[in-house]
Design a binder for this molecule. Structure first.
Ligand SMILES: N[C@@H](CCC(=O)N[C@@H](CS)C(=O)NCC(=O)O)C(=O)O
Length: 208
């Protein structure tokens, strides 16, 4: 089984954490690919060139959530995805996924050249992120001794990782102690530590 990825992709990060925590990383070959270039090995398996992409025999599976569901079935841990009728858990997941999507869009916009950046998109995503952070502070659960390995919680971990890495809201912890405390047990997990985005792994948005 291969997982096509980039080290700094928050979506691939969620899949990697689920695989590591599920104890099944040994059976997965990580294949690092460039993005948005015709030479990406991911394009041998499909037309989109998007990651994460899981290839297992003739199965080519995109979308981090579906990949986590596939990994769940191979792991002995409790599933990272809620049941189909667990609407409260799905609602929680949808909020975290939407927050991650927003900060991902925001970070992409900040990485475009200044002349190409849209002030409108930057403002919309900044406001969305601030609203989400404030909401998450009000609703944050107490920090867990054993943090839950669910897609929704990991989407929040990955989103906050993007906020930190791209310094989108540099001082977010100062006014949001409950959210910062919620994150701490995750930050201590080796699966989370080893998947933190790094400057060394930065991919250009467009080929140089
Ligand atoms: N909804 C997708 C989002 C995946 C995604 O946006 N991947 C980005 C990297 S973080 C990508 O492949 N970008 C390449 C491109 O847009 O061409 C998922 O959950 O897997």
């Amino acid at each position: 089984m291969q997982l096509y990825y980039t080290p700094n992709s928050p979506y691939a990060r969620i899949c990697r954490i689920v695989a590591i925590e599920g104890g099944i990383m040994d059976g997965i070959e990580l294949v690092q690919v460039p993005l948005r270039t015709p030479d990406s090995a991911a394009l041998r398996h499909g037309p989109l060139g998007k990651i994460p992409l899981l290839v297992d025999g003739d199965l080519v599976l995109g979308e981090s959530r579906l990949i986590c569901g596939y990994l769940d079935q191979r792991s002995s841990r409790p599933p990272s995805l809620p049941g189909a009728n667990d609407w409260q858990a799905l609602a929680h997941e949808s909020l975290m996924s939407g927050f991650l999507e927003g900060v991902t869009n925001w970070s992409r916009e900040t990485r475009r050249s200044k002349s190409e950046q849209s002030a409108f998109i930057l403002q919309v995503e900044q406001q969305r992120a601030i609203r989400a952070l404030d909401h998450l502070e009000r609703t944050a659960a107490a920090p867990a001794t054993e943090p839950a390995i669910t897609y929704g919680d990991l989407a929040l971990v990955a989103a906050l990782g993007m906020v930190d890495f791209y310094e989108l809201v540099p001082d977010w912890r100062a006014d949001r102690p409950a959210l910062a405390a919620w994150l701490e047990p995750y930050a201590a997990l080796s699966s989370v530590r080893e998947s933190v985005p790094t400057q060394a792994a930065m991919n250009p948005l467009t080929p140089r």
